[in-house]
Design a protein around this ligand. Sequence first.
Ligand SMILES: Cc1ncc(COP(=O)(O)O)c(C=O)c1O
Length: 428
Amino acid sequence: MRIPMDSRILHDLSDHYDSFYLYDEKTILQRIQALREAFPEVEFLYSVKSNPHPEVLKTMLSHGFGTDAASLGEVLAASRCYEAIGDHEMPDRDRIFYSAPGKSRKDLLGAWQCAAIIADSPGEIRRIEEIAAEMDKKISIGVRINPAYTIGGTAGTGAPAKFGIDEEQFFSILESSGHPHLRINGIHVHLRSQMLNTALLINYHNYLFDMADRIEAAIGAPLDYINLGSGIGIPFTEQDREVDLSVLSGALKEHLRRRKENGKADTRIMIESGRYAPGKSGWYVTKVMDRKISRGKTFIVLNSTMNGFVRPSLVEMVRHLTDDPAPAAWEPFFTGLDTFQFLALRSGDEEVIPAGASEDGETVDLVGSLCTGVDVIASDIRMPHLEPGDLVIITNAGAYAAVMSPMQFASMEKPAQIFLAEDGTIRS
Ligand SMILES: Cc1ncc(COP(=O)(O)O)c(C=O)c1O
């Protein structure tokens, strides 16, 4: 395991911060390029919730990504970001897609001019219709659909979900005339994140294109957009393999070719992605504050663990609660038992040492400084001998990491979030 930056950067930053995230722009850019090269006909939307750090957001949006916003706050952050980077290529309402259950009237009023609103339920369609009627305007909206399909299952076997409108119900809504101020011009589906099985993703896309054909037949016109949601995962463990983007895009191209033949070439096809570009760009670094031996067990006390980067602690929690060697994922909190790798960088060293690799290693518990015994980030792990001032580094910290961690707990100082730009400059 190598880190993609000079370890001096980590030492220098640790002079200023006891805990910090480091996001590496080079990795983000490489992964953006992989997506764009594989899918030249597809528009990508960045799922801001995965990592809303301003520099990460700017990197994504300035490289042609539209926005998948899960709240009014994300709609406004994306809108400000496009303004700041001077990208006026299209109106925000054509590139920011606001999809979330339970939007308030304030959310709807705040977003309708600067985002495409994706209705999440029949009730929400009614509420948007009321707002449009009050304003005496005709509004285009998308609809999130809960398809009659489950990942890995067969067509016709949809599950109940809090998200979207059941496919069967959606067809009755299309037939009704209860929303004269609305034009339904797009659909959105998202069923599962973090899939590494290319065949499962192809099967999912196949169903969505088939469903889109049936919806278009009911509407009598091609949709303006089909948003296929996310699903493309990233490797977390050493054994995980990347999704084969060329195979996935080959299957998608077939759908596009067929749609073109059927006079539907103008529909915009979108894929959302949160974790794919930034997920592997992030590293969490926290300093050793103390070491102690209690009744034969060695504890390495780190500056900020559970409250700085919660997900490795949740792995520990799952380990504690079940003997199952492969507990099911619970994204985005829990992916699997081997999701994160631990590394050490000792004071004065240039070399980063992965857990388990050191000859002079010792078996320790890595714990944090919170006033709770469950603040354990790794137990019985083989690390090189660590002393106060040394650093522990955790991988896969670029998505669903800082943003999900309970940093206000115990009023501890929050870890810094540092952006290492491609040209080597450091920004926070
Ligand atoms: C609707 C929707 N779209 C996109 C995403 C992003 O998923 P990922 O980060 O796995 O790409 C999520 C994640 O929860 C989601 O709920």
